[in-house]
Design a protein around this ligand. Sequence first.
Ligand code: PBG
Length: 332
Amino acid sequence: MTASSSDAAFPAARPRRLRRGRALRRLVAETAVRPENLILPMFVKEGLTEPVPISSMPGQVQHTKESLRKAAAEAAEAGVGGLMLFGIPEHKDTTGTQADDPNGVVQDALRDLSAEVGDDIVLMADLCLCEYTDHGHCGPLQVDGHVDNDLTLERYASIAAAQADAGAAVVAPSGMMDGQVAAIRAGLDRAGHTQVPVLAYAAKYSSVFYGPFREAAEGAPQSGDRSGYQQDPANAREALREVALDVAEGADMVMVKPGLAYLDVVAKVADTSPVPVSAYQVSGEYAMIEAAAERGWLERDQAIVEVLTSYRRAGAEQILTYWATEAARLLR
Ligand code: PBG
């Protein structure tokens, strides 16, 4: 008697057939991470003479103007698609006046980088006030201690115009104020920047995984937290509403943040979003893998590629990651 696939001794289906050997696995892979879809977040600090290592993010630094230029060129060279700039000003105040000063730290860096790498990589500017206010909240405060939403919108519109004037190819509001995308779109249009897209941090959760970033950007709230404006981790439906509002207000791209603990949200947003969907692999995610790898508990490079692949699989088209330059090299 000859064996057939209906023979009870043999499994009818053998998914393992397509897993035999690297070439076959590569042939049938559904997802791939491409360097050009990665965005590197970078910190530049005013008045620095040497780059300052960020202890909770081994391998990351607060850049000087010079070291920023060099790292940006390396990212471009590696094929990374975009840079997301964060600035740390020398002087902070209640309304964050340095954020829209034409000579503010990010505007200065943008002018530098536009000349250097502006044609090879997309220059994006994070648009928020927490690094610029002395109280560390994402907008000016009311007497009751809450962020004044509508006053903050005016500030954001002005920052957007200053960033675009300085050479930002994309502005990325991360403050989670209601109406921020519409206010920024109007601010850009009035300033003649009708072609500058808005990448909205649309579904941004109030997350403990931003911990190391607050050391990096020196923007920790001096009192309270951000749960009065950022989303509650318990809610997914709310993310879809935030995305729909941002798209209606004119967002050209939307982002979910953080990514790893919110891949379900990424997947839901990717299912329905009419615009490209990005996700941010935040500082705490970076720190966890770096710390485990340092102890020899995880194989670092494989962990990086696996997690980035999972972001893609969930539906993120662009991924913000502190490993962008390194990952781009690993993926080539
Ligand atoms: C500022 C901002 C934060 C991050 C990006 N933009 C911090 C926060 O909202 O507290 C976090 C990035 C990271 O953790 O890598 N609004």
